[in-house]
Design a protein around this ligand. Sequence first.
Ligand SMILES: Nc1nc2c(c(=O)[nH]1)N[C@H]1C(S)=C(S)[C@@H](COP(=O)(O)O)O[C@H]1N2
Ligand SMILES: [Mo]
Length: 378
Amino acid sequence: MKLRVSSPVFKGGLHDARTATSIGRLLGPAFVVCFVTGLVSHFMQHPPGWLAPSIPSRPAWGYRFTQGLHVASGIAAIPLLLAKLWTVYPRLFAWPPLRSFRHALERLSIALLVAGAVFELATGLLNTAQWYPWPFSFVPVHYAVAWLVTGALLLHIAVRAPEIRAHWSRRSPGTLTLPAQDAADRRSLLAAVGAAVGAVTLTTVGQSFTPLKGLILFAPRHPDRGPQGLPVNRTAAAAGVGRIADEEYRLVVDGPRRYTLTLDELRALPQHEVELPIACVEGWSKSAHWSGVRVVDLLERAGARPDARVRVVSLQLRGGYRVSEMGHEHARDPLTLLALRLNGGELDPDHGYPVRLIAPNRPGVLQTKWVGRLEVLS
Ligand SMILES: Nc1nc2c(c(=O)[nH]1)N[C@H]1C(S)=C(S)[C@@H](COP(=O)(O)O)O[C@H]1N2
Ligand SMILES: [Mo]
């Protein structure tokens, strides 16, 4: 008897190029928005030397907006990617698996695209939940794979361009060859996918877009939960910072004219009030009312040059976020404060008592808490 290998037959509809294109038309833009806002976030947190001096401090809500969009577009992409994979999965069983060298390359690029996209959305989602169940460091890997996915996506679009063009609009010639019943089914599928995107977006976006906070169901962070009505990412206990005694506290401003201030001296300086958000890279953000001393005033007293960069050092002894740097735009911005008060009271220890940095258009990870020293660089 002769052994015959046959590929499975997929009788269900909607595993066609028209449906794949319809979903791709939504998934593509979600990926683009997610990639671009991800780059913004990456370069604001880790600016290369040439970029560091020109990171703008305005608009004050800039990072809150781009990072909110990053997380929202990533979450919206999850049902879109699932629908897309469902539509195209019969192609996994195409026979023969490899027709030519070119075909092999194409399948390899698709494998990279699918694996990379699933990886990005899964690690990103777990990151918003502050859960890091993997042995590698999230930021560099999530960043590197984003480039890989983008490259594979561009290649995919280039290879599929003729099919995409043929199925782009309702009047496209390619559509005419498909069964009529499929059109109604396709509309139902797209409506269901649209509803899923709407549902996951509406029930999570309130974590950064606070007018919708009443709808939060799945977002890991509720913007109201935390001391003084503001969430906390790392508590004083988790950072290993004990209660800092008022009498022992000193702020060191290290510049051409170095000086030290006690807490009472800081409180006696002119205090300014600002309304600024903490916008955490993990996806939540919340505006708050801060008051404290302008960083620019402290720097001028230390004889810093107008274009000086500044390093902000925490009293926290270990951990990745104990030090942050800023360029002169942030350092000189009148909204940039060493805050002593939050929402009308003294800072809670978990919000950085006695002194924390708050600056406009800045990722939450760089809003250093428990500040003990400002260093004027160059
Ligand atoms: N010293 C220090 N500052 C820090 C952190 C930290 O771990 N250590 N976490 C940062 C992060 S990730 C965020 S989102 C904000 C949160 O500020 P909040 O807890 O006051 O809301 O503080 C930032 N400042
Ligand atoms: Mo954060």
